[in-house]
Each structure stands twice: as C-alpha cells, then as structure tokens.
Ligand binder design. Structure first.
Ligand code: GUN
Ligand code: ZN
Length: 429
C-alpha cells in the first residue's frame, strides 16, 4: 500500500441527484493499486490517516476524470475542415485522411497525439472510432495500454460507398474484428467496440455480420452513427426501403442493446425513442459536431420515452477535445430548444453519467472506495478571465457554470490515470 492524499475542493456524484462536495476536501488514493481509498472533508480524513503524504492544490477542483462517449482518433487531422455538411465532409476530408492510416507510422503518430490531447483536456476514458485498418486499432490500443488508460475502441467495418482503399469485405471485417476482440477486450484496461461506421457504408450482409459478432461476444460494445443529418437519413431510406426507420435498420440486424452507443440521434421520432428505451440502447449527444456540421439541434429534455443520453466531442466533426467546451455548446443548444442545462447536471454527465452510459460505472466515474483512481485537477484560475470571473462566484453552481462556459484545456492543471500523474500543465511545473 502506498497512500497519497490530494487536497483541494473535491466534487463527485454518488448518483445524478447526489453530489458530494467538500470545499476543503481530500481525495486519498492507493498509488500501487491505482485505486481510490476514499474522499471527504480534509480535516476529518487527515485525522483518520495521520502522516499521510498530501499534495495541496489551491484554487482547484478535484473531480473524477472526464469521459467522452464518441470520438474518432484518426480525425485529429480532419478537425476544423471548412464548409461542408456530413456526407460531403466525409467524402472530401474524412475518407481521404483515413486512407493514410494503412501506414503504421501515421497511425502511431496520430494515436499518440490523440491520447495526449485527451489527457491534456482531463479526459481519461473514451469510446473511440479507429479506421477500417486492423493495424491502426492495434496501434491505438498499444499506446493506451502503455499509458494504462481505460479506452474502448474498434475497427471500422465498412464495405461500400467509400473509396476502395477504405473498404473491407464481410469476411475480412468479421475476421479482423474477432481477432481484435480476442487480443484486446479486457486486456488490462482496454475494451472493444464492434464498429459498423453507419448504415450507408455497410451492406445488409455486413450489418448482419456485425449483429452476429455482438451476439457471439458478450460484454463487447457496439458503436455507430444514427440520424445525424437529413441527407444521410434520406440516403438510408433509399438503401433500406423495407425498414420503418433508420433505427429500424440497426434493430433488424440485432445491433441494439445496453452496450450499444448511437452517436447523434438528432432526428429520431417517438417510435424510435420507444425502441431505444426498450432495448436499453444509449445516445451520444455531440454538441460541437452537430453545430459545426450543421446537423441540427439535439433535444436533451422532454424525450417521449426515457433513454440514457451521454455527451461526447465527436472530434473531428466536433471542434474541441474539451468536455468543458462541449458542455458550453450543449448549454446553448438547450437554450435554443427551450430547456436549461444546469451546471451540476453537466458535471454529472461528464463523469458518472457517461460512465453509466458505457456500463463502466462499477470501475470509474466517481470517488467511491475501490474505484480506479482516474481524476483531474481543474484550475479555477486557468486564464486571467476565468480567475477574474471565479473570484466573484459565491456558490458551487456559479463556479461550475463559469468553468464549463469559459474553461478548456487551460483549465486542466493535472490529470491522473490509475493513481499516477500523466499530464501536468506546463506553467504549473
Ligand atoms: N457518420 C459516419 N461517419 C461519420 C464520422 O466520421 N463523423 C460523423 N460526425 N458522422 C459520421
Ligand atoms: Zn462520429
């Protein structure tokens, strides 16, 4: 045992309605085990652990690491590409970039940069798209394994409506996916997601094969895109005229379920919501992407049937790695849709809410004793403007709200993975 204390403001959630906040708090970790020992009021905890080695953080908020439920690692080189909506953006920018990931050096370089960028932004777990190339997913997992980050990733399955160099076949996609599952799922902290890109780029036979892989591999995830853009939806209707809706395509091939995460869902109807709800399927709301690609405004509240909604960056359709900036844009979308995204709800969603959506809340998402010690130290004075605004905040809600509206990677002082520091903001060294 090698206990270490981290003292500052501490916030985490026991469930959506139950925040625990300690204005002078202490988080204690077991650095050898990489787990949380406990958290609480600093004076009380220090009395229980006399002689504990403690790192003090001033003007800082210690929280569980952020979780991003939808992001593309190869798209670090696509982010901020001008002028197109989804289908043209894919054809003009995304597919030509992803072709390069056949090259191991390209994949290694992008995966390394991508994972560092996540950590710099306080994100310690993500559900990640690779490319169609098996080797590019190996590259990603190898680097994540080295960093000991808990990541979920998958090889894209796509066999039509894309450049030939990016197309696999039903047989090769099944063989590659199964090989990657066998190698990486539950290997250390790594987890696998079966990844049909979307209904447009897979034949019915490939979607059926993806459904079979999901049935054959209990505990493995499924990630895809759903109802993001109106032209996309019209194309799906042309390709699958016999299906009731876009969601029904995935449903028909056995792709719905509690470990299935559908990115976007901007344009679903009540029947789709009912089916998502019945099957325990999850939505990933991607605010910066939906605005950047002009896809539409997601309805966070007043759903016709209850479905778990997580929140995600969707880099490179999304424009920031920061979950704080993602919540900034989520708040504005809610304003336009007539609802309010309360700050504590936003911080719940980034942490325990997203952990629940990914069925990893038994391992991460809050500071319950025994959980994996992934956490972030947020700098409440990360910029001059944040410092000035924070100095007049009177309540926790005011502090959290200005943090999520004004904060980005400059608001991350230090990031810890399984109890070890993996990122420190340069000025704080
Ligand atoms: N739909 C299919 N592929 C993609 C992608 O790479 N990004 C987004 N935003 N939507 C998609
Ligand atoms: Zn996406």
């Amino acid at each position: 045992m090698n206990y270490q204390g981290y003292r500052g403001r501490v916030l985490h959630f026991l469930d959506e309605q139950t925040p625990q906040y300690f204005a002078d708090g202490l988080l204690i970790t077991d650095t050898d085990a990489g787990t949380v020992v406990g958290c609480g009021d600093a004076a009380t905890m220090l009395a229980q652990y006399p002689g504990l080695s403690v790192t003090q953080y001033d003007n800082a908020l210690i929280m569980p690491g952020f979780i991003d439920t939808h992001i593309h690692y190869p798209q670090v080189d696509v982010i901020a590409s001008y002028g197109e909506q989804l289908l043209d953006w894919l054809n003009n920018y995304t597919f030509p970039t992803e072709v390069n990931f056949a090259n191991a050096d390209v994949a290694n370089n992008a995966a390394e940069f991508f994972l560092q960028e996540l950590l710099k932004n306080g994100t310690t777990t993500a559900l990640v798209f690779g490319t169609v190339h098996k080797s590019a997913v190996d590259a990603f997992f190898e680097i994540s394994q080295r960093l000991n980050t808990r990541m979920i990733c998958g090889k894209v399955m796509m066999n039509r409506h894309a450049p030939e160099a990016l197309c696999d076949t039903v047989e090769s996609s099944v063989a590659d996916t199964q090989e990657l599952i066998d190698r990486w799922h539950n290997n250390g902290r790594q987890l696998y997601a079966i990844t049909p890109r979307f209904a447009i780029t897979s034949t019915p036979e490939q979607l059926a094969a993806a459904g079979q892989l999901l049935a054959d591999n209990p505990g493995v995830y499924m990630q895809t895109h759903l109802a993001e853009n109106l032209d996309e939806i019209a194309f799906v209707k042309e390709l699958f005229p016999e299906r009731k809706s876009y969601l029904d395509v995935y449903d028909h091939y056995g792709l719905l379920g509690e470990r299935s995460v559908f990115a976007h869902c901007v344009h679903l109807d009540a029947e789709d919501y009912q089916r998502m709800s019945e099957t325990g399927s999850k939505i990933s709301f991607c605010p910066t992407s939906n605005l950047f690609l002009g896809s539409g405004l997601f309805q966070l509240d007043d759903q016709p049937f209850p479905v778990d909604v997580s929140v995600a960056t969707d880099v490179g359709g999304g424009t920031s790695f920061s979950m704080l900036q993602t919540m900034n844009e989520a708040y504005k979308i809610c304003q336009l849709k007539g609802s309010k995204l309360a700050p504590q709800r936003a911080f719940y969603m980034m942490t325990l809410g997203n952990a629940k959506a990914l069925s990893v809340d038994d391992k991460i998402g809050n500071f319950e004793s025994g959980k994996e010690a992934d956490f972030v130290v947020l700098d409440l004075a990360g910029t001059d403007l944040m410092k000035r605004r924070q100095s007049i905040c009177k309540t926790l809600d005011e502090t959290l709200f200005s943090l999520m509206i004004l904060g980005d990677d400059r608001a991350v002082r230090e990031t810890f993975v399984a109890g070890r520091s993996v990122w420190t903001k340069p000025e704080a060294c």
